[in-house]
Design a protein around this ligand. Structure first.
Ligand code: COA
Length: 646
């Protein structure tokens, strides 16, 4: 039974059991409605506890139902029936009460949660607004401003925060269900959320200020703007009017392009490791070695430490080692300050440093994050081959180089893999798992498990220059350069990209990252004969005069007091290169920019797919959204192209 009823004394316990996450699917909604009738009618029941079996309280509406026609009973009606019940209902929350799950809990009259529980209304992340009273009930339990932040921001809050804010009445100290029953016995009468006044309604100014701040961050995502409006109505209108308007907004968004795109990404992110090798038994992983204490190395060390691993950082001399270790500690400190690390001392105690590679003799996995140079990487791998256990996995964090060639220096190349982290590695969710030809199947399984242990989204990639992501990015960067030759300005291209939804344009991005790194790479690729025909020299010429981007005060733009200004020097270099290439450089229409950029991106993506470098179009979308700022609400380049009929 999806919803069952037991009794403990005179308290009915209504249990939802709908694995994996107790989504409020049609069967759950129907079962709950029936439970309301039964418990109301049962003279032996005085109160009701609503609980869930398995790993979590209701984690939301069933996202798989969103593409189907609506099925009765609807969640708002189920919640209204619970709220109207004459006997008190107590929600017993464990795991995550999200979306419809939290709305259900708010329709109950009392709420108690496990100390580890998290609660939130993440609908905006799926292109929606709450559709079952969330925007009306939440500001009647917690400060309207907090309700707005939770609903428009979509981030869940922890049980202790929920308790202080007034969202829940208690945190269980030992047994959630027993304590929920006790709470139900204690309260003779229901207490209906909708009958509360809005919390902090008098401070309209603070609310409006928060709303304005949130609106600024919206960029192109419709659901966030709609959520701000919905909470505004929830706070200002009579409850019944606000509920009706909320439902209408939810239904309108449900079938919108953005919601479809966000659902696509939601499921694509959960399917990236659907490879038979990922299901095999992984090798044990506890002791990790990281070679190189630069930006990437420090981020990787921190990512592992934060997730319970023991880590040894290796650097070539004492000074570099100290500098690296200091940056690791600074990273951990700032995470602890943001409440992300409950026990900083325990985390630091798992961190060690060394100069001698011998310290890696018992490591289960070593990741090199040294200078991006094939010879240096090969030397590191050759030394690791000598000092590590024969079954230790050896990984390279290279973002371009041939992982097969690096693996080939090992006596057993099957233990080599690419782990391409994104900077900052302790924050960015994407992990490209690059599989050389000889890779052992259980190394794939271990890397897949590792990505989950690190809280990252692992995507499998074959070996090619740049793997999935950098290869597609190089292609659209090259197209951006061609746009300049054809008459566009850097500012025009960047503005078009921002208008599309990228947080930053392709040229601004290069100024931020530094032009010198890509320059070095182009020189290598030119030397290797990998670049031919129609090579555009504009970026090289900027580098030749020391314009490396923000760090030198000049790049594609002039950077003056933190502002990027179009540069005449750059425009004249572009004009010269147009002449050299015998291009006309006519006036370029801004609306022509994005089709060209997207076209280049999807052409390269199709090639990556055809060559078997990516497993699926969905994987490519996940990579571009999570690693390369492709707007999530467009679903990634492949989805966007398909939606546009491309
Ligand atoms: N509807 C349908 N299926 C869902 C779902 C939902 N709301 N939430 C999760 N699932 C499925 C996932 O697709 C996955 O299925 P799979 O095993 O076939 O791939 C499975 O449940 C487990 O989810 P996963 O995200 O891998 O587990 P987790 O433990 O890391 O996270 C949650 C659990 C609930 C925190 C997370 O799934 C989540 O945030 N879900 C969405 C919640 C939400 O947005 N609700 C509002 C909907 S309007």
């Amino acid at each position: 039974m999806t919803v069952s009823i037991d009794t403990q004394g005179r308290v009915a316990i209504v249990t939802i059991d709908n694995p994996p996450v107790n989504a409020s699917s049609q069967a759950v909604r129907a079962g709950l409605l029936e439970a309301v009738t039964k418990t109301e009618d049962d003279p032996d029941v005085d109160a009701v506890v609503l609980a869930c079996a398995g790993r979590t309280f209701v984690a939301g509406a069933d996202v798989r139902e969103f593409d189907l026609p609506l099925m009765e009973p609807h969640l708002p009606d189920v919640i209204a029936a619970i709220e109207a019940a004459s006997k008190p209902w107590v929600a017993a929350i464990h795991g995550t009460a999200l979306g419809g799950g939290l709305e259900l809990a708010m329709g109950c009259h009392f709420r108690i949660a496990d100390p580890m529980a998290r609660m939130g209304l993440p609908e905006v992340n799926l292109g929606l607004v709450p559709g079952a009273g969330g925007t009306v009930r939440l500001p009647r339990l917690v400060e309207a401003e907090l309700a707005l932040t939770m609903i428009a921001g979509g981030k869940p809050i922890l049980a202790n925060v929920a308790l202080t804010a007034g969202l829940i009445d208690a945190i269980a100290t030992s047994d959630l269900l027993d304590e929920a029953v006790a709470l139900a016995v204690e309260h003779a009468a229901p207490r209906r959320t909708l009958e509360n006044a809005v919390v902090g309604a008098s401070d309209a100014e603070a609310f409006d200020k928060t709303a304005t701040g949130l609106r600024r961050k919206v960029r192109g995502q419709e659901s966030i703007a709609a959520a701000i409006d919905a909470v505004g109505r929830g706070v200002r209108l009579p409850a019944d009017e606000a509920l009706a308007a909320e439902r209408a907004a939810f239904l309108a968004l449900k079938s919108s392009d953005q919601a479809r795109a966000l659902r696509h990404i939601f499921f694509a992110e959960r399917a990236t490791l659907a490879d038979p090798r990922a299901k095999l038994t992984p090798r044990p992983l506890q002791r990790i070695g990281v070679i190189g204490g630069g930006t990437m190395g420090v981020g990787i060390v921190s990512a592992f430490l934060m997730r319970g691993f023991e880590v040894t950082l290796i650097e070539r001399d004492e000074a570099s080692l100290h500098a690296g270790a200091d940056r690791v500690h600074a990273t951990l400190d700032s995470s602890a300050k943001r409440g992300l690390l409950p026990d900083l001392d325990a985390v630091s105690a798992r961190f060690d440093t060394a100069i001698d590679y011998a310290a890696l003799s018992d490591a289960d996995l070593v990741i090199e994050a040294v200078f991006e140079d094939m010879e240096v990487k090969k030397q590191v791998f050759a030394r690791l081959d000598q000092v590590t256990k024969p079954d230790a996995i050896l990984a390279t964090n290279t973002s371009y180089l041939d992982v097969n060639a690096i693996a080939a220096v090992l006596s057993d190349p099957s233990r080599a893999v690419g782990l391409h982290f994104f900077s900052p590695a302790h924050v960015m969710k994407l992990l490209e798992i690059v599989l050389p030809g000889a890779v052992a199947e259980d190394v794939v399984a271990t890397a897949a498990k590792l990505s989950k242990s690190l809280g990252k989204i692992g995507v499998l990639s074959g070996v090619c220059d740049g793997f999935i992501g950098n290869r597609i990015m190089s292609a659209y960067r090259a197209e951006a350069d061609r746009l300049l030759i054809d008459g566009a300005s850097p500012d025009q291209v960047d503005s078009a990209m921002r208008a599309y939804g990228f947080p930053i344009g392709v040229f601004e991005m290069q100024d931020l990252a530094g032009l010198d790194i890509a320059w070095a790479m182009r020189k290598r690729r030119l030397a290797e004969g990998k670049i031919s025909g129609g090579y555009i020299r504009i970026a090289d010429r900027l580098c030749e005069i020391g314009r490396f981007g923000r760090k030198t005060g000049a790049g594609w733009y002039d950077h003056v007091d933190g502002t990027a200004l179009p540069s005449e020097v750059v425009m004249s270099i572009i004009a010269e290169e147009r002449q050299t290439m015998e291009a006309v450089g006519k006036a370029f229409a801004t609306e022509d920019v994005m089709p060209r950029i997207l076209g280049a991106m999807t052409r390269e993506a199709e090639a990556v797919l055809a060559e078997g470098i990516a497993r699926s179009a969905e994987d490519i979308d996940v990579v571009m959204v999570n690693g390369y700022s492709f707007p999530r609400w467009k679903g990634g380049p492949m989805f966007a192209a398909r939606s546009a009929g491309g």
